[in-house]
Design a protein around this ligand. Structure first.
Ligand code: SF4
Ligand code: SF4
Length: 423
C-alpha cells in the first residue's frame, strides 16, 4: 500500500453500515460495529485519546472482513482496508507468539505439505475446551496437489468440436488441497470436460489470507510471491480458483499490499490479474462462444446457495436468467444442471466464518451462523451449496445448530455440477 489510508476522515457517522454488520447485529454494541471500529482507528491515528491496545485489538479482531459495510457506505470509507492496516500496526505492538492462532499460522506457512493437514486441523480448533462440542472436518483422503506439477488434458469431445485450446492454471488454496481435495478434483474435472487444459503446479500454497487478516504482512507477502512464482513460467491466460476467500485475497489484497519496490511486484500483480473465481471463468468461456456442457442429476433435488461474502461477480456482469438473478455468475452453472432447483434465501446473511475470526471468536461466530440457519430453515432445502472453503467449514460445523436442520448436506456447487456430468 503506497499511501496511508485516511478514508476514516470521510465517516459522517450516518450509521448505514450498522444493520449489515454481522457482529453488530448480534451484539448491538457500537464497539463491534463498522462505525465504532472506524472511530477507534481515527482516534488511534490522531492520538486524540489514550486507548488500551488490548481493547482496540479486540474491536479489530472481531471483524470478519466480510466487506458488507464497505459495499453500503455512501462515503467511500474503506473500512476493511483500515481494519487490516490497524491489525498490521497492532501485530507489531503485541506479542502473540504463543496463541493457538499463531501456532496454527506457523504450521500453515510450512511448505512441507505433509504438515499442512495437521495445521489445518489445528487452525480449525477454536479453543481447546470447546473441542468436544465441535465438528472438525476430517481430511478426505490424499491431498490434491501431488509431489510434482501436473497437467490435465482437455476433453476435446466434450468441448463442442474443434476450437482453439484454452489453457488455465488451477489454484486450489490450502483447504481445498488438504481438507476437501474432492472439490479440487471436481473443479478440474468440470474444466477438462468443458475443453480446458489445466495446469496444477506443485509449489503453490496458502493464499495468505489468514496471515494478512492477522496483521502478519511479511508472511502474507512471502506466500503471495511463492504462488506467483509457481505459475509464472507457464503459458496460461487464466488461473482459476474455486474458493471465494482465495480470490478475495489474490484479486483484492495482493495489489493493495504490494508496492512497486517489493520483490516480485510485477509477478504478483500478473498472477493477481490472471486469477478468476470459477464462476467468472465459466462466464468467460460462455463469452468465447463455448457451449458450457449440461448435466443431469439422477434424482431431482432442491438447494439453497449461500453466497460467500467474498464471492465477487465480474464488474460487467448482468444476470440473464432467474438463477443468475438469484445468486450471480454461479447461476450459469445451476442453469446447466437438470434436476437441481434453487430456492431463494431472504437475506443472504454471512455464515460467520471470517477465517481466523471463527478460530478466535468461536462463540460469536456460532451466533452469526445460527442466524444464517434461521433463514435456511425458512427455505427448507434438501441441500446447502456454496463456493468458499471458510463457508464450508462453518456451515458443516453448525449444520445441526437448529434441530430441524440436522441432516442437511453441505456441498460446493462445482461438486454437484461434476456429479451431474458423470450421471
Ligand atoms: S456507512 Fe460509512 S459514513 Fe456511514 S457510519 Fe458507516 S462508515 Fe461512517
Ligand atoms: S467487514 Fe463485516 S464484520 Fe467487519 S465491520 Fe464491516 S460489516 Fe462488520
Amino acid at each position: 500500500m503506497e499511501d496511508k489510508d485516511i478514508s476514516y476522515l470521510n465517516c459522517v457517522h450516518c450509521g448505514k453500515c450498522l444493520p449489515v454488520c454481522p457482529t453488530y447485529r448480534i451484539s448491538l454494541n457500537e464497539f463491534y460495529s463498522p462505525r465504532g471500529r472506524v472511530r477507534l482507528i481515527l482516534t488511534d491515528n490522531n492520538d486524540v485519546l489514550p486507548l488500551k491496545v488490548s481493547k482496540v485489538a479486540e474491536a479489530m479482531s472481531t471483524c470478519l472482513l466480510c466487506g458488507r459495510c464497505v459495499n453500503i457506505c455512501p462515503n467511500d470509507v474503506k473500512i476493511g482496508d483500515l481494519i487490516i492496516n490497524e491489525r498490521i500496526k497492532l501485530n507489531e505492538l503485541q506479542d502473540n507468539k504463543f496463541s493457538l492462532g499463531a501456532i496454527a499460522l506457523k504450521a500453515l506457512k510450512n511448505k512441507r505439505k505433509i504438515l499442512l493437514k495437521s495445521a489445518l486441523k489445528i487452525a480449525n480448533i477454536p479453543i481447546i475446551n470447546q473441542l468436544n462440542r465441535r465438528f472438525v472436518p476430517n481430511p478426505q483422503g490424499k491431498a490434491f496437489i501431488s509431489a510434482r506439477n501436473y497437467r490435465f488434458k482437455a476433453d476435446r469431445n466434450g468441448a463442442g468440436g474443434k476450437r482453439e485450446e484454452i489453457r488455465a492454471g488451477y489454484f486450489s488454496g490450502c483447504v481445498f488441497n488438504s481438507i476437501y481435495p474432492q472439490i479440487s478434483a471436481d473443479t478440474v474435472a468440470s474444466l477438462v470436460k468443458n475443453g480446458v487444459s489445466v495446469f496444477v503446479p506443485q509449489m503453490q500454497g496458502c493464499c495468505g489470507l489468514p496471515f494478512i487478516s492477522s496483521g502478519d504482512i511479511s508472511s502474507f507477502k512471502d506466500l503471495a510471491l511463492n504462488n506467483a512464482n509457481a505459475f509464472k513460467a507457464q503459458d496460461i491466460d487464466y488461473i482459476v480458483t474455486s474458493c471465494a476467500s482465495c480470490s478475495y485475497s489474490v484479486n483484492k489484497l495482493y495489489p493493495l499490499y504490494f508496492n512497486k519496490n517489493d520483490e516480485g511486484y510485477s509477478e504478483v500483480l500478473n498472477f493477481s490479474k490472471k486469477l478468476l473465481n470459477i464462476w467468472s471463468f465459466f462466464k468467460v468461456l460462455e463469452k468465447k462462444g463455448i457451449d458450457i456442457k449440461a448435466g443431469e442429476l439422477q434424482k431431482e433435488t432442491d438447494a439453497v446457495f449461500h453466497i460467500p461474502c467474498h464471492l465477487l461477480n465480474s464488474p460487467e456482469f448482468k444476470p440473464s436468467s432467474y438463477n443468475e438473478g438469484l445468486i450471480g455468475e454461479a447461476g450459469l452453472i445451476v442453469d446447466k444442471i437438470a434436476g437441481l432447483k434453487l430456492k431463494p434465501l431472504k437475506h443472504n446473511y454471512c455464515c460467520g466464518n471470517g477465517g481466523m475470526f471463527n478460530i478466535r471468536h468461536y462463540d460469536l461466530s456460532k451466533e452469526i451462523t445460527r442466524l444464517k440457519f434461521e433463514e435456511i430453515k425458512e427455505a427448507f432445502p434438501q441441500n446447502i451449496l456454496t463456493s468458499c472453503s471458510g463457508c464450508m467449514f462453518s456451515l458443516s460445523d453448525q449444520r445441526g445448530i437448529l434441530k430441524e436442520q440436522q441432516g442437511i448436506p453441505v456441498n460446493h456447487l462445482i461438486s454437484i455440477y461434476a456429479q451431474s456430468l458423470k450421471e
